[in-house]
Design a protein around this ligand. Structure first.
Ligand code: EPU
Length: 286
């Protein structure tokens, strides 16, 4: 059928941090229509709706999630192709790494920064994910989304305001797919930037289970540098540990609970407040 539904689905199976209790209703729509139907069904019944893609920037509490979690998957959600205008079209369920490799194969440059981002297109749009000085919305041409009235609409980039790790429109409405633009380039140049991104990431970021950067960078100092200066790298709360490689990552050494991670986040925020008078804001969604 056009959707799959499961009850009490453990969220630790669907987050890169590998923590989190059960989602009451787990819904996998495979078409935009099925997605719209699932949202309408829940809203009519007062069931809270959340959308989770790859779960890479998400910390789910141990008590789980009341209501429905919609996970766009399969069908048009996983379509990724280059159109006649040389734009890359990708459904919300496509991995960013896939977008980068489809662009590379077509000789379109500018997507290399996506190679190491462990997220899907939907989540990247929602939070304006970025790396290597580029943000998702730098490359958006248009976004197709499910509006509040249940209509599926396409908005050009100019119609959707985007900020550092924040796209207010996509907090209210759900992204279904997007069209991205890059620049035609040689295979060598693209490969070079891809390798540079990979090398930088490998040299500075952990490979262990994590949710990527935990905090937004405050204006005064990058969060990773701040945690480093506070001497908190390598400190832990149970199996949850501040990465020894990068201060803005918390890694799950195996079997950590969301409570361990949250405890560690609060400890870091407390130290930053006390010693540097900086109020850290989480980048991961809790
Ligand atoms: N630094 C330290 N100690 C550390 C970590 C970093 O001194 O433990 C220093 C670095 O040497 C550098 C500065 O802090 O001078 C910034 O570090 P980095 O270059 O690693 O970049 P970042 O600002 O920490 C941002 C994004 C990452 C993205 C990288 C690479 C945010 C919150 N983070 O990190 O995104 O991968 O740039 O482009 O904007 C994410 O969004 O989840 C994420 C990991």
């Amino acid at each position: 059928g056009a959707m799959t539904v499961r009850l009490y689905e453990p969220m630790r199976r669907h987050t890169t941090m590998l923590v989190g209790g059960p989602a009451q209703f787990w819904i996998e729509p495979h078409t935009f229509e099925a997605f719209a139907e699932a949202v309408a069904y829940c809203r009519e019944r007062g069931i809270a709706v959340r959308v989770v893609g790859r779960g890479s920037n998400l910390l789910v509490r141990d008590g789980g999630i009341r209501g429905a979690v919609i996970h766009p998957k399969g069908g048009e959600f996983n379509d990724c192709h280059v159109d006649e205008e040389g734009h890359v079209v990708a459904g919300a369920g496509v991995r960013l790494k896939k977008v980068a490799s489809v662009a590379e194969a077509a000789g379109i440059g500018g997507f290399e920064w996506m190679e190491g981002i462990p997220g899907n297109v939907g989540g990247a749009l929602r939070m304006n994910a970025g790396a290597m000085g580029v943000e998702t919305f730098d490359q958006v041409v248009s976004v197709t989304l499910l509006g509040e009235d249940g209509e599926i609409v396409t908005r050009s980039r100019d119609e959707v305001e985007s900020f550092y790790r924040n796209v207010p429109e996509l907090r209210r409405n759900f992204a279904l797919k997007a069209v991205f633009s890059g620049e035609p380039d040689t295979a060598e140049n693209i490969r070079q930037r891809w390798d540079d991104s990979r090398a930088k990431r490998r040299a500075t970021q952990p490979v262990a289970a994590s949710a990527g950067c935990i905090f937004k960078n405050p204006e005064a100092v990058p969060a990773g540098m701040l945690v480093d200066e506070l001497g908190m790298k390598g400190t832990g709360e149970g199996p949850a540990e501040v990465s020894a490689e990068h201060g803005n990552f918390i890694v799950n050494r195996g079997g950590a609970k969301a409570g361990d991670v949250l405890g560690l986040i609060e400890r870091i925020r407390g130290q930053a407040r006390m010693k540097r008078n900086i109020e850290l804001e989480t980048e991961v969604k809790i």
